[in-house]
Design a protein around this ligand. Structure first.
Ligand SMILES: Cc1cc2nc3c(=O)[nH]c(=O)nc-3n(C[C@H](O)[C@H](O)[C@H](O)COP(=O)(O)OP(=O)(O)OC[C@H]3O[C@@H](n4cnc5c(N)ncnc54)[C@H](O)[C@@H]3O)c2cc1C
Length: 328
């Protein structure tokens, strides 16, 4: 299934064709996998990020089968086209120029299974496109503990593994036994827990590979106990986190022994604004964007730079971004 986003004159780059149409042509014949491949040319990334910012992806692709994903990767590789992997876009700032080449999203590959409830009751297999909410819901239904930390953490499992997403209740590293990914040429790579290099909001999973799934080891736990922890975490989040604004959660990582939010607030930056982007008065580590404002990614990036410079001037600490910034 292919569709074309509304064309802007700027998107036309040669022979009347848009960037997306040129990329689509370079990929060649895809009829053998067409039924299993959703494609959109010149797709605005603002539709696929929770910050609601970002220019177009030349070609936005959502495979419905592993075979279609492998075929797409192999053809992109053969045509020397750049490839970017995007999950639910909850930790992404795409620059206003957009993303060149192919942007792959695994939202259609989202199975969560418990293959051996008798022999290995805690083992869960999950595809990377599953949302963290779907995974947590399944664990609760199976009366398995270990994923309580996901209460209120949005995103896909693939993004969560790459980011080692988590909260004070835990993080992905605590439950992962294997991660599976595909290289650009479509070959499968399996990594055990130690091979993933998980650390605070980061991993060594290479950006050149697309994570397709993982094996988790969870622990049998009464449903009521799991639900109570998740509800407690959600309630705490509701109290502290801004609502009604476009955001990506925490913008900066906490520096060792301190909190980015505390440093930003102490530097007097709460409420500081550039266009519709501002430092949330509720939680200073959330750089948020007013909905329906005409804010650009460059405005948010300018705010990031301003906050960083001021925090460094006041506290002598250089904040590191948790937010991933990609694109032209
Ligand atoms: C309201 C809100 C609250 C949040 N709270 C938390 C929190 O409490 N704790 C926390 O850790 N984070 C939090 N976040 C940030 C975010 O939810 C996590 O970082 C999440 O794991 C990102 O997942 P994603 O699918 O959205 O990834 P994306 O934002 O789409 O991508 C993040 C990175 O992962 C890569 N990636 C994504 N999928 C794949 C794949 N299949 N293969 C290879 N690379 C891939 C991307 O290229 C990118 O580098 C919050 C965000 C929001 C909006």
């Amino acid at each position: 299934m292919e569709r074309s986003a509304e064309q802007t004159p700027e998107a036309e780059v040669g022979g009347g064709l848009s960037r997306g149409q040129i990329v689509r042509e370079r990929l060649g014949d895809l009829s053998d996998v067409a039924a299993d491949l959703e494609l959109a040319v010149d797709e605005p990334m603002a539709r696929h990020t929770t910050l609601r910012l970002g220019g177009p992806a030349d070609l936005w692709a959502r495979p419905r089968s592993l075979g279609a994903l492998q075929a797409l990767l192999a053809r992109a590789h053969a045509a020397a086209l750049p490839v970017t992997f995007v999950g639910s876009g909850t930790n992404l700032l795409v620059r206003d120029g957009g993303l060149r080449g192919i942007v792959i999203n695994l939202g259609h590959l989202s199975d969560v299974a418990r293959p051996d409830p008798e022999g290995a009751p805690g083992r869960v297999e999950v595809e990377a496109g599953a949302s963290t909410g779907k995974l947590l819901k399944a664990a609760i239904a199976w009366e398995l503990g270990g994923l309580e930390f996901l209460g209120g953490v949005p995103g896909s499992v693939g993004g969560g593994l790459v980011m080692n997403a988590g909260t004070y209740l835990g993080e992905f590293t605590d439950v992962v036994t294997e991660v599976r990914s595909l290289r650009r040429d479509g070959t499968l790579v399996r990594r055990d827990h130690d091979g993933c290099g998980f650390r605070y909001r980061a991993s060594d999973l290479p950006p050149s590979e697309i994570v397709i799934g993982a094996t988790l080891e969870l622990t049998p736990r009464p449903r009521a106990d799991v639900e109570a922890d998740v509800a407690g975490l959600r309630a705490r989040r509701r109290e502290r986190e801004p609502t009604g604004v476009a955001n990506s959660g925490s913008t900066f990582k906490n520096p060792p022994g301190d909190y980015a939010g505390r440093l930003i607030e102490a530097a007097g930056l709460k409420g500081t604004r550039i266009a519709g982007a501002f430092v949330s008065p509720k939680h200073a580590n959330w750089l948020v964007v007013e909905r329906r404002s005409t804010t650009a990614a460059t405005d948010l990036l300018a705010l990031v730079d301003l906050v960083r410079a001021k925090v460094e001037e006041v506290h002598g600490v250089r904040l590191e971004l948790e937010l991933k910034v990609i694109g032209d």
